[in-house]
Ligand binder design. Structure first.
Ligand SMILES: [Zn+2]
Length: 241
């Protein structure tokens, strides 16, 4: 049953704002810890509570749990490196990690990493855990909208996907054309040209969706695009321009 009072991809439980995040887990301090983990003395450092969500070609890692329910395939830092960071695969660096936020419930810092470049298949262990890369819309239709945990996971995955997509497309400065580099743990980017240094922020696309109803005649106005499969209709939706 669909509740019209909940919205898919909303209600992200992760916090990333400067006033909502404890000092020790701000993007900057979390990124410093991440850097230490990648440095040579990583075994000596305290292992922070990091949860990493790998993506491939826009699809998050996910798997089924009891019955029809699903969960995102969060890995801890070492699990992630074990599955995705071993030669001959290209080893990810701290700059590949995008900060998603901090969760007060489990005291963990959440990250997303695009592993599309890495190209290899999924490791046997991940396959054995029944994890695979799944389209977000597939997860959305598989979600019980009354189950808060799945709705929260969907919101986190949606946020992560949009951030990673933005990192993929905002590769060059719109002002001078030089390459951009991630800063503040991927929360923004900056032009690498020293005389420009323009800051670039994630793109927000305001969109709207609505259901127009005719109460008197008990019907609704739906639309159909030429690319839709047969029998598929949708509410009116689009960008706000
Ligand atoms: Zn520039």
């Amino acid at each position: 049953a669909m509740s019209l009072y909940s919205h898919a991809f909303s209600g992200n439980p992760l916090r990333s704002g400067p006033h909502k995040t404890p000092e020790s887990v701000t993007p900057e301090s979390a990124f410093l810890k991440l850097k230490t983990l990648f440095s040579a003395d990583r075994h000596e450092s305290h292992i922070p509570n990091f949860k990493v969500l790998p993506f491939r070609k826009g699809k998050p890692l996910a798997g089924a749990v009891s019955g029809p329910r699903w969960r995102l395939g969060w890995l801890n830092f070492h699990e992630f490196l074990g599955h995705f960071g071993n030669p001959p695969r290209s080893v990810p660096s701290e700059d590949d990690f995008v900060y998603l936020g901090f969760n007060h419930e489990d005291d963990a810092v959440y990250w997303a990493v695009d592993t599309s470049e890495e190209g290899g298949g999924l490791s046997d262990e991940l396959g054995a855990k029944q994890l695979c890369f799944v389209e977000l819309r597939t997860l959305m239709v598989a979600t019980d909208w009354t189950e808060a945990k799945s709705m929260a996971e969907l919101a986190v995955a949606g946020h992560a996907k949009s951030l990673l997509e933005w990192h993929n497309t905002a590769r060059f400065c719109g002002h001078c054309g030089s390459a951009t580099v991630p800063v503040e743990a991927g929360k923004k980017k900056r032009c690498s040209n020293e005389s420009c240094k323009k800051s670039i922020y994630p793109r927000l696309d305001p969109v709207v969706i609505m259901l127009v109803i005719d109460r008197e005649n008990d019907c609704a106005l739906l639309s159909k695009q030429s690319r839709f499969v047969p029998r598929m209709w949708s509410c009116l939706a689009g960008f706000i321009e």
